[in-house]
Design a protein around this ligand. Structure first.
Ligand SMILES: [Zn+2]
Length: 358
C-alpha cells in the first residue's frame, strides 16, 4: 500500500460546538477531504480552490475552512503545508487567504469610492439647489445683517468719500441693479472705510453690496471701474453664490437638516451671526460667472463691458498677482482671468453692438 499523506486534527461541523478527531487528506481526484479518524467516513470534501486556509502564524493551530462552512483545525503546520503544497503555493503560502479576499476587497473599496464620488458630484449639488430654493427669505436677511454688523464692529468705519461721488456711484449702481431679475429695490449699496480690509467689495446674500473707500480711491476718477466691480458683486447676489457656498460647506447632513427645516440652534446662531458668511470664499467657477455677469450687465447698461477686466489690470499693476489682504486674496487678478474677461467682453460687444471702447 502506497504511503498516503495525511494530517491529524479536529473537525468542526458548521455551526457546531462539537469536534471530531479527524484526518485531512487528498482524494484520488485531487480534492481535499476530511474523514473521521475512527470510522474512516468522509466528513467533507472540497476542491482545493474552495478552501480558506488561515495564515501560518508561529504555532497557532491552522484552520482550513471548507465550502460547507465546516472547519478542520490542526497544530501540524508543517504537515498542512506539505499536504497542501500546491494549494498554498511556494513562498506565498501565507497569502492564500489574502489573495482569496483581495478581489472582494477591491470591489468593495471601489464601490465605496464610487458612491462617495457620486454623492459629492451629484447629490450635494442637487441638495444645494433644493436648499437654496427652500431657504426662507428671512435667512439671507439675518445672515447679511449679522455679517455687516460684525464687519462694522471689527474693521469698517464710516465712509469718508465726498458725498457727491458716493451719490454718483449709487445712482449708476441702481441703474445696473434695475436690469437684474430681482430689480433695484432688492439691492442696497453701502459705502464704508475699509480699515484693515483695504480696497474691496462684498456681496451679501440679501442684496446688500459693500464697497470700501479704498477701492473707489484706487479707481481714481474712473467710476466705470467701480461699476464693473459692482456688476461682478451683483452677479454673486443674483447667482446666490454665498448661500450655495455656505450650503456646500454644510455637507450632506447639514443640507438635509436645512431642507427639512430642522436646523439646530447652534446652526441657527451661526447663520444669524453671519460669521460663517465672512469665512467663505467663492469657487473659481463662481468668480468666473460673476465676471461674466459684470460683462453682460455693463453691456446692457450701455457701459464698458470690459470694465471688470480693466479693474483687475489696474489691481495687478498695483499689487502683482496676489494682494496683501486686499481684494486680490479673494479675487486673484490672474492674466488668464483678465484675458478671458476681455475676450468675453469683446464677444458680447460684437453680438450686442456695444462698443467696448466707448
Ligand atoms: Zn467675486
Amino acid at each position: 500500500m502506497a504511503f498516503e499523506p495525511k494530517v491529524a486534527g479536529k473537525w468542526h461541523a458548521a455551526r457546531s460546538g462539537r469536534d471530531i478527531a479527524a484526518e485531512l487528506f487528498l482524494t484520488d481526484d485531487g480534492d481535499v477531504a476530511v474523514r473521521d479518524a475512527q470510522t474512516g467516513a468522509i466528513l467533507v470534501r472540497s476542491a482545493r480552490s474552495d478552501l480558506l486556509i488561515s495564515r501560518r502564524v508561529g504555532s497557532v493551530p491552522r484552520r482550513i475552512g471548507f465550502s460547507d462552512d465546516s472547519v478542520f483545525v490542526c497544530r501540524d503546520n508543517d504537515g498542512v503545508d506539505r499536504l497542501l503544497a500546491d494549494v498554498v503555493g511556494r513562498g506565498s503560502r501565507w497569502l492564500v487567504e489574502i489573495e482569496r479576499f483581495r478581489p472582494r476587497l477591491i470591489v468593495l473599496v471601489a464601490a465605496v469610492v464610487l458612491l462617495a464620488v457620486g454623492v459629492y458630484r451629484f447629490a450635494v449639488p442637487l441638495l444645494v439647489e433644493v436648499a437654496v430654493l427652500a431657504t426662507p427669505e428671512i435667512v439671507p436677511e439675518l445672515m447679511s445683517k449679522g455679517a455687516l454688523a460684525s464687519l462694522d464692529e471689527t474693521a469698517f468705519s464710516e465712509s469718508t468719500l465726498p458725498e457727491q461721488r458716493r451719490a454718483r456711484i449709487a445712482t449708476d449702481f441702481l441703474e445696473l441693479a434695475a436690469l437684474t431679475p430681482r430689480g433695484a429695490s432688492r439691492f442696497d449699496l453701502q459705502f464704508r472705510s475699509g480699515g484693515s480690509i483695504g480696497p474691496n467689495a462684498f456681496a451679501l446674500p440679501n442684496g446688500t453690496i459693500v464697497v470700501t473707500d479704498e477701492l473707489v480711491d484706487l479707481a481714481g476718477s474712473d467710476d466705470e471701474l467701480v461699476l464693473g466691480v459692482l456688476g461682478h458683486e451683483i452677479g454673486h447676489v443674483e447667482h446666490d453664490h454665498s448661500l450655495r457656498q455656505l450650503y456646500r460647506a454644510a455637507g450632506v447632513v447639514g443640507l438635509i437638516m436645512v431642507i427639512g427645516g430642522d436646523v439646530g440652534s447652534g446652526v441657527q446662531d451661526l447663520l444669524v451671526q453671519g460669521s460663517a458668511l465672512l469665512a467663505l470664499s467663492y469657487s473659481r467657477r463662481q468668480e468666473r460667472d460673476a465676471d461674466r455677469y459684470s460683462v453682460e450687465i455693463m453691456a446692457r447698461a450701455g457701459r464698458d463691458p470690459a470694465a471688470i477686466a480693466r479693474f483687475f489690470e489696474l489691481m495687478r499693476a498695483r499689487f502683482g498677482d496676489a494682494g496683501n489682504g486686499a481684494i486680490l486674496t479673494t479675487h486673484p487678478a490672474t492674466g488668464e482671468r483678465i484675458e478671458e474677461t476681455r475676450r468675453y467682453a469683446a464677444e458680447i460687444a460684437r453680438s450686442g453692438g456695444v462698443d467696448p471702447s466707448n
